[in-house]
Design a protein around this ligand. Sequence first.
Ligand SMILES: [Fe+2]
Ligand SMILES: [Fe+2]
Length: 196
Amino acid sequence: MNSAVFTDDPFVAKIDSYLKSHLSPMRYEHSLSTADTSSALAAMFGYDQKRAFFTGLVHDIAREYSKEELVEWAAKDGRPVRELDLASPVLLHGRAGAMVLKEKFGIQDQDLLDALSSHTTGNAGMKTLAKILFVADYIEPKRKHITPEFISSLEGLDLDGKVYAVLMGTLNHLADKGKSVAPEALELKQELEHAE
Ligand SMILES: [Fe+2]
Ligand SMILES: [Fe+2]
């Protein structure tokens, strides 16, 4: 997918300019790279590439909002903002981003909104688009923490296998740093371990 061609669409161009003015250049580049990687994964798994590209492009739309804005926007989805969210408000940027897309830009695509909501921690019941974004966000080539060995370990895995590998990468990283794990991430782990 060529991002320059894709942003010829006036609606996408409008969101693209919002992203450029609300994200640092580095995070904007990460968003574009996540879009390209999402599109490539979509091609691999027979999913709509344009939809995957767009989801990757917008996934961090609220990533640089203030803590107050994150809490305010996330709460609009009707789910509780918990103590653990308030302790790390940055984890709310997925939920907040989904609500920004819905309310500021009129996006109604529930799978896309769910993909944004779940991209920070993962959760059980993720659909294909959410899984594509979850993997793409972690492995896009501008990420510095990803080794060639990790990328080659994903080769040949189905989408759930890739999600599991990415999730375990994140959980191991959190364990190394002594950080706590969101319950949603553990629910995803359990779901994948018990899948047929
Ligand atoms: Fe993010
Ligand atoms: Fe991201």
